[in-house]
Design a protein around this ligand. Structure first.
Ligand code: 4NP
Length: 165
């Protein structure tokens, strides 16, 4: 059975789409792409249907990824039933997700993406929103996403085995 991972940020045009593209690539490389399915969305619906932010797409393309398939989607409470693991990019995204469905959201199902980052520390556990900054911010976000995704992919087989059903 497929293990379904959702990546969630605010606008679904910068951080979670970048993580989506990187995770898809790493899963294919690890031969796990037939067992793990990835989706991404934003808690705010302003950009629904849009492609990735131009700066995010450029940083991905420079690093050899293909950002062209992304279309922004909006998070809804249906995502809890449709995914096994929901990873928020920052604390505010996480709070928004839980606020929408306080009785449905299980602690173990909704987590911070950087919980998997080996370099995360207390007070440094978010993927910062690069929307208002320059290209450097997007490059930093990509590096953070890549190392976090590598650690996540290593743990996915165990997470899938431990899935409650
Ligand atoms: P993201 O970045 O959550 O990483 O996609 C943002 C994109 C757009 C907006 C905010 C954050 N916005 O306010 O439109």
């Amino acid at each position: 059975m497929t293990y379904r991972v959702a990546l969630v940020c605010l606008g679904n045009i910068c951080r979670s789409p970048m993580a989506h593209v990187v995770l898809d690539e790493r899963l294919a490389r690890a031969g796990l792409d037939d067992r793990v399915e990835v989706a991404s969305s934003g808690t705010g619906g302003w950009h629904e249907g849009e492609s990735m932010d131009r700066r995010a797409a450029a940083v991905l393309r420079d690093a050899g990824y293909d950002p062209s398939r992304h279309r922004a989607r909006t998070f809804s409470t249906d995502w809890y039933a449709e995914h096994d693991l929901l990873l928020a990019m920052d604390h505010s995204n996480l709070a928004d997700m839980v606020d929408q469905a306080p009785t449905v959201a299980q602690q173990s199902q909704v987590r911070l993406f950087r919980e998997f980052d080996p370099l995360a520390r207390e007070g440094d556990d978010e993927v910062p929103d690069p929307w208002y900054g320059g290209a450097d911010g997007f490059r930093d976000v990509l590096a953070m996403i890549e190392r976090t995704t590598d650690a996540l992919v290593e743990q996915l087989p165990d997470l899938a085995r431990a899935r409650p059903h």
